[in-house]
Design a protein around this ligand. Structure first.
Ligand SMILES: [Cu+2]
Length: 369
Protein backbone atom coordinates (compact mmCIF):
# COMPACT_ATOMS: atom_id res chain seq x y z
CA UNK A 1 0.00 0.00 0.00
CA UNK A 2 1.41 3.32 -0.99
CA UNK A 3 1.43 5.76 1.96
CA UNK A 4 -0.68 8.15 -0.09
CA UNK A 5 -3.43 5.56 -0.37
CA UNK A 6 -3.46 4.95 3.36
CA UNK A 7 -3.64 8.66 3.94
CA UNK A 8 -6.59 8.85 1.54
CA UNK A 9 -8.33 6.13 3.52
CA UNK A 10 -8.18 8.33 6.57
CA UNK A 11 -8.73 11.73 5.09
CA UNK A 12 -11.28 11.20 2.34
CA UNK A 13 -14.42 10.84 4.46
CA UNK A 14 -13.40 13.77 6.63
CA UNK A 15 -12.71 15.96 3.61
CA UNK A 16 -15.90 14.96 1.84
CA UNK A 17 -18.01 15.83 4.81
CA UNK A 18 -16.03 18.66 6.35
CA UNK A 19 -18.25 21.51 5.06
CA UNK A 20 -21.13 20.04 6.99
CA UNK A 21 -19.23 19.43 10.20
CA UNK A 22 -19.76 23.00 11.22
CA UNK A 23 -23.51 22.45 11.40
CA UNK A 24 -25.00 22.03 14.81
CA UNK A 25 -27.64 19.37 15.29
CA UNK A 26 -29.98 18.45 18.05
CA UNK A 27 -28.97 14.87 18.68
CA UNK A 28 -25.90 13.37 20.13
CA UNK A 29 -24.59 10.14 18.78
CA UNK A 30 -24.01 8.47 22.10
CA UNK A 31 -26.14 5.43 22.54
CA UNK A 32 -26.17 5.80 26.29
CA UNK A 33 -27.12 9.46 26.17
CA UNK A 34 -30.43 10.13 27.86
CA UNK A 35 -32.67 13.13 27.87
CA UNK A 36 -32.23 14.60 31.34
CA UNK A 37 -35.64 16.24 31.40
CA UNK A 38 -37.61 13.19 30.48
CA UNK A 39 -38.24 9.79 31.96
CA UNK A 40 -37.95 8.38 28.46
CA UNK A 41 -34.48 7.53 27.23
CA UNK A 42 -33.63 9.08 23.90
CA UNK A 43 -31.14 6.92 22.05
CA UNK A 44 -29.68 7.96 18.77
CA UNK A 45 -28.18 5.83 16.05
CA UNK A 46 -24.41 5.29 16.10
CA UNK A 47 -22.40 7.01 13.36
CA UNK A 48 -19.59 4.42 13.42
CA UNK A 49 -19.72 1.71 10.72
CA UNK A 50 -20.76 -1.67 12.08
CA UNK A 51 -17.59 -3.37 10.83
CA UNK A 52 -15.50 -1.18 13.16
CA UNK A 53 -15.16 -3.11 16.40
CA UNK A 54 -13.69 -2.01 19.70
CA UNK A 55 -14.64 1.64 19.23
CA UNK A 56 -16.49 2.04 22.52
CA UNK A 57 -16.51 1.04 26.17
CA UNK A 58 -19.46 0.50 28.49
CA UNK A 59 -20.18 2.14 31.81
CA UNK A 60 -19.29 0.20 34.94
CA UNK A 61 -21.67 -2.75 35.23
CA UNK A 62 -23.02 -2.25 31.69
CA UNK A 63 -23.47 -5.23 29.36
CA UNK A 64 -23.66 -5.65 25.63
CA UNK A 65 -24.46 -8.88 23.80
CA UNK A 66 -24.03 -9.00 20.05
CA UNK A 67 -24.55 -11.28 17.10
CA UNK A 68 -22.65 -10.50 13.91
CA UNK A 69 -22.93 -12.19 10.54
CA UNK A 70 -20.18 -11.52 8.03
CA UNK A 71 -20.14 -12.70 4.44
CA UNK A 72 -17.14 -12.36 2.17
CA UNK A 73 -17.07 -13.31 -1.46
CA UNK A 74 -14.07 -13.78 -3.75
CA UNK A 75 -14.30 -13.99 -7.51
CA UNK A 76 -11.45 -14.55 -9.98
CA UNK A 77 -7.71 -14.14 -9.56
CA UNK A 78 -4.97 -11.60 -9.96
CA UNK A 79 -1.23 -11.15 -9.69
CA UNK A 80 -0.29 -7.70 -8.45
CA UNK A 81 -3.04 -5.53 -9.85
CA UNK A 82 -3.52 -7.57 -13.05
CA UNK A 83 -6.46 -9.96 -13.36
CA UNK A 84 -5.74 -13.49 -14.57
CA UNK A 85 -7.97 -16.10 -16.21
CA UNK A 86 -7.80 -19.76 -15.05
CA UNK A 87 -6.18 -20.63 -18.42
CA UNK A 88 -3.41 -18.05 -17.85
CA UNK A 89 -2.70 -19.47 -14.39
CA UNK A 90 -2.68 -23.06 -15.63
CA UNK A 91 -0.48 -22.29 -18.64
CA UNK A 92 1.83 -19.51 -17.54
CA UNK A 93 2.55 -19.83 -13.86
CA UNK A 94 5.29 -21.92 -12.37
CA UNK A 95 4.93 -23.00 -8.76
CA UNK A 96 8.69 -22.68 -8.28
CA UNK A 97 8.86 -21.75 -4.62
CA UNK A 98 5.86 -23.76 -3.51
CA UNK A 99 5.50 -27.25 -2.14
CA UNK A 100 4.52 -29.91 -4.68
CA UNK A 101 4.57 -29.92 -8.48
CA UNK A 102 6.05 -27.02 -10.45
CA UNK A 103 2.77 -26.25 -12.22
CA UNK A 104 -0.62 -24.88 -11.15
CA UNK A 105 -3.11 -27.19 -12.85
CA UNK A 106 -5.86 -26.57 -10.30
CA UNK A 107 -7.24 -23.03 -10.25
CA UNK A 108 -9.71 -21.66 -7.68
CA UNK A 109 -12.43 -19.57 -9.33
CA UNK A 110 -14.81 -18.49 -6.56
CA UNK A 111 -14.87 -18.57 -2.80
CA UNK A 112 -17.29 -17.56 -0.10
CA UNK A 113 -16.87 -17.31 3.62
CA UNK A 114 -19.58 -16.90 6.25
CA UNK A 115 -18.79 -16.03 9.81
CA UNK A 116 -21.20 -16.01 12.76
CA UNK A 117 -19.88 -14.17 15.79
CA UNK A 118 -21.32 -14.08 19.30
CA UNK A 119 -19.86 -11.37 21.49
CA UNK A 120 -20.23 -10.13 25.05
CA UNK A 121 -18.95 -6.86 26.51
CA UNK A 122 -18.94 -5.94 30.19
CA UNK A 123 -17.89 -2.67 31.77
CA UNK A 124 -15.54 -3.60 34.61
CA UNK A 125 -15.00 0.10 35.35
CA UNK A 126 -16.09 3.21 33.48
CA UNK A 127 -12.81 3.10 31.56
CA UNK A 128 -12.17 -0.62 31.15
CA UNK A 129 -14.48 -2.98 29.27
CA UNK A 130 -13.88 -6.71 28.89
CA UNK A 131 -14.83 -8.47 25.66
CA UNK A 132 -15.22 -12.14 24.72
CA UNK A 133 -16.04 -13.45 21.27
CA UNK A 134 -16.86 -16.85 19.73
CA UNK A 135 -16.87 -17.46 15.97
CA UNK A 136 -18.36 -20.11 13.73
CA UNK A 137 -17.01 -20.12 10.19
CA UNK A 138 -17.91 -21.90 6.97
CA UNK A 139 -16.03 -21.67 3.70
CA UNK A 140 -16.43 -23.04 0.22
CA UNK A 141 -14.18 -22.78 -2.79
CA UNK A 142 -14.88 -23.69 -6.44
CA UNK A 143 -12.05 -24.88 -8.69
CA UNK A 144 -11.32 -25.96 -12.25
CA UNK A 145 -8.81 -28.74 -12.94
CA UNK A 146 -6.64 -28.85 -16.05
CA UNK A 147 -4.96 -31.99 -17.38
CA UNK A 148 -1.50 -32.75 -16.00
CA UNK A 149 -0.07 -33.14 -19.50
CA UNK A 150 -1.98 -30.26 -21.12
CA UNK A 151 -2.39 -26.89 -19.37
CA UNK A 152 -5.11 -25.85 -21.87
CA UNK A 153 -7.34 -28.87 -21.36
CA UNK A 154 -9.95 -28.43 -18.65
CA UNK A 155 -10.95 -31.83 -17.27
CA UNK A 156 -13.48 -30.87 -14.59
CA UNK A 157 -14.66 -28.78 -11.63
CA UNK A 158 -14.91 -29.38 -7.92
CA UNK A 159 -15.84 -27.56 -4.70
CA UNK A 160 -14.24 -27.96 -1.30
CA UNK A 161 -15.94 -27.01 1.96
CA UNK A 162 -14.88 -26.55 5.55
CA UNK A 163 -16.63 -25.35 8.67
CA UNK A 164 -16.22 -25.20 12.41
CA UNK A 165 -15.57 -23.13 15.49
CA UNK A 166 -13.08 -20.35 14.69
CA UNK A 167 -10.46 -18.71 16.89
CA UNK A 168 -11.75 -17.38 20.23
CA UNK A 169 -10.96 -13.83 21.32
CA UNK A 170 -10.67 -12.04 24.61
CA UNK A 171 -10.01 -8.33 24.77
CA UNK A 172 -9.66 -5.39 27.07
CA UNK A 173 -10.85 -1.98 25.87
CA UNK A 174 -9.34 1.02 27.60
CA UNK A 175 -10.90 4.43 27.29
CA UNK A 176 -7.97 6.83 27.03
CA UNK A 177 -10.00 9.95 26.39
CA UNK A 178 -13.65 10.87 26.57
CA UNK A 179 -15.36 14.21 26.42
CA UNK A 180 -18.55 15.52 24.86
CA UNK A 181 -17.32 15.15 21.30
CA UNK A 182 -14.24 12.95 21.21
CA UNK A 183 -13.28 9.46 22.34
CA UNK A 184 -10.07 7.52 22.12
CA UNK A 185 -10.17 3.80 22.86
CA UNK A 186 -7.26 1.35 22.89
CA UNK A 187 -7.82 -2.37 22.48
CA UNK A 188 -5.56 -5.26 23.43
CA UNK A 189 -6.88 -8.66 22.40
CA UNK A 190 -5.58 -12.19 22.41
CA UNK A 191 -6.86 -14.72 19.90
CA UNK A 192 -6.78 -18.36 21.04
CA UNK A 193 -6.17 -21.06 18.42
CA UNK A 194 -9.49 -22.86 18.82
CA UNK A 195 -10.08 -23.04 15.04
CA UNK A 196 -8.98 -26.13 13.12
CA UNK A 197 -5.86 -26.07 10.89
CA UNK A 198 -6.31 -29.72 9.82
CA UNK A 199 -9.44 -29.57 7.64
CA UNK A 200 -9.56 -32.12 4.84
CA UNK A 201 -11.46 -32.33 1.56
CA UNK A 202 -11.71 -34.16 -1.73
CA UNK A 203 -10.17 -32.67 -4.86
CA UNK A 204 -10.11 -33.62 -8.54
CA UNK A 205 -6.43 -33.97 -9.33
CA UNK A 206 -4.82 -33.30 -12.76
CA UNK A 207 -4.75 -37.07 -13.43
CA UNK A 208 -8.57 -37.02 -13.30
CA UNK A 209 -8.78 -38.86 -9.98
CA UNK A 210 -10.57 -37.88 -6.80
CA UNK A 211 -8.14 -37.52 -3.94
CA UNK A 212 -8.56 -36.77 -0.23
CA UNK A 213 -6.08 -34.11 0.93
CA UNK A 214 -5.47 -31.63 3.73
CA UNK A 215 -7.05 -28.43 2.43
CA UNK A 216 -4.85 -25.41 1.60
CA UNK A 217 -4.29 -22.59 4.10
CA UNK A 218 -7.15 -20.45 2.73
CA UNK A 219 -9.66 -23.18 3.58
CA UNK A 220 -8.48 -23.78 7.15
CA UNK A 221 -10.68 -22.36 9.90
CA UNK A 222 -8.18 -21.02 12.43
CA UNK A 223 -4.71 -19.51 12.43
CA UNK A 224 -3.33 -22.20 14.72
CA UNK A 225 -1.33 -19.55 16.58
CA UNK A 226 -1.93 -17.31 19.56
CA UNK A 227 -2.43 -13.89 18.03
CA UNK A 228 -2.10 -10.40 19.46
CA UNK A 229 -4.70 -7.98 18.14
CA UNK A 230 -4.11 -4.36 19.11
CA UNK A 231 -6.30 -1.47 17.97
CA UNK A 232 -6.55 2.25 18.53
CA UNK A 233 -9.80 4.01 17.68
CA UNK A 234 -10.57 7.70 17.57
CA UNK A 235 -14.18 8.72 17.14
CA UNK A 236 -15.87 12.08 17.24
CA UNK A 237 -19.27 13.55 16.72
CA UNK A 238 -20.73 16.97 16.36
CA UNK A 239 -24.36 17.64 15.71
CA UNK A 240 -25.71 15.04 13.34
CA UNK A 241 -22.25 14.08 12.10
CA UNK A 242 -19.75 11.58 13.34
CA UNK A 243 -16.31 10.60 12.05
CA UNK A 244 -13.31 8.68 13.16
CA UNK A 245 -10.30 6.53 12.40
CA UNK A 246 -9.03 3.16 13.55
CA UNK A 247 -5.77 1.28 13.29
CA UNK A 248 -5.87 -2.42 14.02
CA UNK A 249 -3.61 -5.39 13.50
CA UNK A 250 -3.39 -9.15 13.88
CA UNK A 251 0.09 -10.27 14.86
CA UNK A 252 0.70 -14.04 14.90
CA UNK A 253 2.87 -15.08 17.81
CA UNK A 254 5.22 -17.93 16.89
CA UNK A 255 4.46 -20.87 14.63
CA UNK A 256 1.48 -23.20 14.87
CA UNK A 257 1.55 -26.98 15.35
CA UNK A 258 1.78 -27.46 11.57
CA UNK A 259 4.95 -25.35 11.25
CA UNK A 260 3.68 -22.06 9.86
CA UNK A 261 2.27 -18.67 10.80
CA UNK A 262 -0.20 -16.74 8.68
CA UNK A 263 0.99 -13.31 7.54
CA UNK A 264 0.47 -10.43 9.97
CA UNK A 265 -2.26 -7.97 9.00
CA UNK A 266 -2.50 -4.22 9.51
CA UNK A 267 -5.58 -2.14 8.77
CA UNK A 268 -6.26 1.58 8.76
CA UNK A 269 -9.84 2.84 8.45
CA UNK A 270 -11.39 6.26 8.23
CA UNK A 271 -15.11 6.97 8.23
CA UNK A 272 -17.87 9.50 8.43
CA UNK A 273 -21.48 9.01 9.46
CA UNK A 274 -24.58 11.14 9.27
CA UNK A 275 -27.66 10.75 11.43
CA UNK A 276 -30.45 11.52 8.98
CA UNK A 277 -33.20 10.45 11.37
CA UNK A 278 -33.31 10.13 15.13
CA UNK A 279 -33.15 6.34 14.77
CA UNK A 280 -31.04 5.99 11.62
CA UNK A 281 -27.52 6.85 10.54
CA UNK A 282 -25.68 6.26 7.27
CA UNK A 283 -21.93 5.61 7.19
CA UNK A 284 -19.15 5.74 4.62
CA UNK A 285 -15.84 4.01 5.32
CA UNK A 286 -12.49 3.65 3.58
CA UNK A 287 -10.12 0.94 4.76
CA UNK A 288 -6.56 0.26 3.64
CA UNK A 289 -5.17 -3.12 4.62
CA UNK A 290 -1.87 -4.86 4.17
CA UNK A 291 -1.01 -8.50 4.87
CA UNK A 292 2.14 -10.61 4.69
CA UNK A 293 2.90 -13.95 3.08
CA UNK A 294 2.62 -17.14 5.12
CA UNK A 295 5.76 -17.80 7.12
CA UNK A 296 6.87 -21.44 6.99
CA UNK A 297 4.62 -24.15 5.60
CA UNK A 298 2.56 -27.22 6.43
CA UNK A 299 4.28 -30.25 4.80
CA UNK A 300 0.86 -31.89 4.45
CA UNK A 301 -0.45 -29.00 2.31
CA UNK A 302 0.84 -29.64 -1.20
CA UNK A 303 -0.52 -29.76 -4.70
CA UNK A 304 -0.57 -28.00 -8.07
CA UNK A 305 -2.74 -25.14 -6.77
CA UNK A 306 -1.81 -21.56 -5.83
CA UNK A 307 -3.51 -21.78 -2.41
CA UNK A 308 -0.99 -24.47 -1.33
CA UNK A 309 1.91 -22.05 -1.86
CA UNK A 310 2.70 -19.87 1.21
CA UNK A 311 4.12 -17.15 -1.07
CA UNK A 312 0.79 -16.62 -2.84
CA UNK A 313 -0.79 -14.96 0.20
CA UNK A 314 -0.94 -11.36 1.36
CA UNK A 315 -0.96 -8.05 -0.43
CA UNK A 316 -2.62 -4.68 -0.18
CA UNK A 317 -6.21 -3.56 -0.55
CA UNK A 318 -8.36 -0.50 -0.39
CA UNK A 319 -11.99 -1.15 0.51
CA UNK A 320 -15.07 1.07 0.52
CA UNK A 321 -17.95 0.45 2.94
CA UNK A 322 -21.54 1.76 2.87
CA UNK A 323 -23.46 1.23 6.07
CA UNK A 324 -26.68 1.91 7.87
CA UNK A 325 -27.29 1.80 11.62
CA UNK A 326 -30.59 1.71 13.46
CA UNK A 327 -31.45 2.11 17.12
CA UNK A 328 -34.84 1.36 18.59
CA UNK A 329 -36.58 4.01 20.67
CA UNK A 330 -37.28 2.55 24.03
CA UNK A 331 -38.46 3.61 27.44
CA UNK A 332 -36.51 0.76 28.99
CA UNK A 333 -32.88 0.94 29.95
CA UNK A 334 -31.93 -1.65 27.32
CA UNK A 335 -31.39 -0.70 23.71
CA UNK A 336 -31.64 -2.77 20.56
CA UNK A 337 -29.38 -1.75 17.69
CA UNK A 338 -29.12 -3.10 14.17
CA UNK A 339 -26.40 -2.36 11.67
CA UNK A 340 -25.57 -3.40 8.13
CA UNK A 341 -22.64 -2.60 5.92
CA UNK A 342 -21.73 -3.45 2.33
CA UNK A 343 -18.03 -3.58 1.45
CA UNK A 344 -16.61 -3.25 -2.06
CA UNK A 345 -12.96 -3.44 -3.15
CA UNK A 346 -11.51 -0.29 -4.75
CA UNK A 347 -7.95 -1.45 -5.27
CA UNK A 348 -6.08 -4.75 -4.79
CA UNK A 349 -2.39 -5.47 -5.22
CA UNK A 350 -1.89 -9.14 -4.33
CA UNK A 351 1.00 -11.60 -4.02
CA UNK A 352 -0.35 -13.77 -6.79
CA UNK A 353 -1.70 -15.61 -8.40
CA UNK A 354 -4.27 -15.15 -5.65
CA UNK A 355 -8.04 -14.93 -5.44
CA UNK A 356 -9.33 -11.36 -5.45
CA UNK A 357 -11.92 -9.90 -3.12
CA UNK A 358 -15.42 -9.26 -4.39
CA UNK A 359 -18.26 -7.80 -2.31
CA UNK A 360 -18.80 -8.50 1.37
CA UNK A 361 -21.38 -7.55 3.94
CA UNK A 362 -21.83 -7.46 7.70
CA UNK A 363 -25.09 -7.63 9.65
CA UNK A 364 -25.16 -6.94 13.36
CA UNK A 365 -27.54 -6.98 16.27
CA UNK A 366 -26.62 -5.50 19.64
CA UNK A 367 -28.44 -5.59 22.93
CA UNK A 368 -27.17 -3.13 25.52
CA UNK A 369 -28.34 -3.27 29.15
CU1 LIG B 1 -20.47 -2.61 23.26
Amino acid sequence: MKPALLLCAILAPTLIFSPALAQQGHHQNHVQVTDEDSAVHIHSAATTPISIMGDHVHEKGGWMLSYRYMHMSMDGNRNGTKELSPLEISGDFANVTGVGPATLRIVPTEMSMNMHMLGAMYGLTDNLTLVGMLNYIDKDMDHVTFAGGNPDLQIGNFTTRSQGLGDTKFAGLFQLLQNDNHALVAKAAISLPTGSVKERGTILNPMGALQSVRLPYAMQIGSGTYDFEPALTYSAHQGLWGWGAQYNARIHLGENSQNYALGDKHKLSGWAGYQWHENFAATLRLTGETGGKIDGGDPQIAGPVQTANPDFYGGERLLLGFGINFVENSAASETHQFGAELTLPLYQDLNGPQMQRDYGFTLNYRLTF
